[in-house]
Design a protein around this ligand. Structure first.
Ligand code: SAM
Ligand code: SF4
Ligand code: FES
Length: 362
């Protein structure tokens, strides 16, 4: 089985796509233990992962060199009217103290970020209707005016085509909206009935059609995820060709319906990062905060497995511990400049350089 996996990794590296049957072999097959959430790897499984990581790293280096792009993320509101079962910000979490940053607060975070060398600002929030389309457009316009050399990425959840169009016309360059799972049935197990997989997919198609650099992605090891779900994810991304792919382990939050669920597998997350890099060599793939939460050097290992982006936090320290998607999220007590310096040091230690650049999709 391992031999077959090595050849499939070679094939993916050469052709950038695999058939459904091949993905199923690569991601599952007889070695289902690879998929176990927190299971110890067998030596031959370890070899498969190392093999994929080494190839992926080589591909990432051939496209992006030893550059790592940083994005400053401003988590400007933890208020959300959705009820995703996995997320600590869900409307049903009455224990969470909610906050909203003003437009001025957000601009201040970005001003600091610019000084620290960020040339992409990511504005992320729960689905919070308090921020009208007009407010978001004004904010984007001001950012683009004040920092014409910067990219603005939005991550505000599901919106209408018209809203996405307005943000785009205001100057937004990129949009992050993880699809969460490409399997409709699985989607139904992660979300309440008033949320729909079809709408999530519609959003992603709209974003692409509007010319955004579009990011999708999944939590690895989310409850009820099967090998088939991950195969669906790879098949979907192979066809959709996202410019950005966010992959992180699922981590439980104690005030959600999934509080008792086991966390996702760290190794499987790294493996999928490598496979995504081989499938889409130019993709912008972050080593996520969730990866840094599950393992202290998770983000470094993510880069070494083929990722090329890191998104340190630019939010004011006073609100950081309130944007708790999952338990024990890192960087909640650190300032923006501390995170920025920390990332630079961490990247240098593994032979990579944080660059001052918009870091567009090549
Ligand atoms: N509200 C927007 C949305 O849902 O697209 C943006 C913010 S949302 C908090 C960003 C991402 O966090 C989600 O797409 C989800 O994949 C991730 N996330 C939420 N809860 C998580 C958890 N318990 N473990 C890992 N990732 C989680
Ligand atoms: Fe809200 Fe996004 Fe969390 Fe879902 S994942 S509850 S939409 S913040
Ligand atoms: Fe925030 Fe290391 S990145 S303290």
């Amino acid at each position: 089985m391992s031999n077959e996996k090595f050849s499939l990794i070679d094939k993916l590296a050469e052709q950038h796509s695999l058939s459904r049957a091949e993905w199923t072999t690569l991601l599952g097959g007889d070695e289902a233990s690879l998929f176990e959430r927190a299971g110890k790897l067998q030596p031959e499984e370890e070899e498969v992962l190392q093999y994929a990581a080494a190839k992926a790293r080589k591909v990432a280096t051939s496209v992006y060199g030893s550059d790592v792009y940083i994005r400053g993320i401003v988590e400007f509101s933890n208020t959300c009217n959705k009820n995703c079962y996995y997320c600590g910000l869900r409307a049903g979490n009455s224990k969470l103290q909610r906050y909203r940053l003003t437009v001025e607060d957000i601009l201040e975070c970005c001003e600091d970020g610019y000084k620290y060398g960020f040339r992409t600002f990511v504005l992320q929030s729960g689905e919070d209707p308090y921020y009208t389309t007009e407010m978001i457009c004004d904010l984007v316009k001001r950012l683009k005016q004040d920092y014409p050399d910067c990219a603005v990425t939005l991550s505000l959840g599901e919106k209408s085509y018209e809203e996405y169009k307005a943000y785009r016309e205001a100057g937004a360059d990129r949009y992050l909206l993880r699809h969460e799972t490409a399997n409709e049935e699985h989607y139904g197990k992660l979300h309440p009935e008033n949320m729909s997989w079809k709408n999530r997919m519609r959003c992603l198609r709209d974003l692409k059609s509007l010319g955004y650099q579009t990011g999708c992605g999944v939590m690895i090891g989310s409850p009820n995820q099967t090998v088939e779900c991950l195969v669906d994810d790879m098949m979907f991304m192979q066809e959709f060709e996202p410019e950005m792919i966010g992959l992180g382990p699922f981590l439980p939050h104690s005030d959600t319906p999934f509080k008792e669920e086991p966390k996702g597998s760290y190794e499987m997350t790294l493996f999928l990062i490598s496979l995504c890099r081989l499938m889409l060599p130019h993709a912008l793939i972050p080593a996520t905060t969730a990866l840094g939460t599950i393992k202290p050097d998770g983000r470094e290992q993510g880069i070494l497995a083929g990722a090329n982006v890191i998104m340190p936090n630019l939010s004011p320290v006073q609100v950081r511990d309130k944007y708790m998607l999952y338990d024990n999220k890192i960087c909640t007590g650190d300032t923006s400049s501390e995170c920025r310096d920390c990332i630079e040091r961490r990247m240098e230690l593994i032979g990579y350089n944080v660059v001052i650049s918009r870091g567009d999709y090549k």
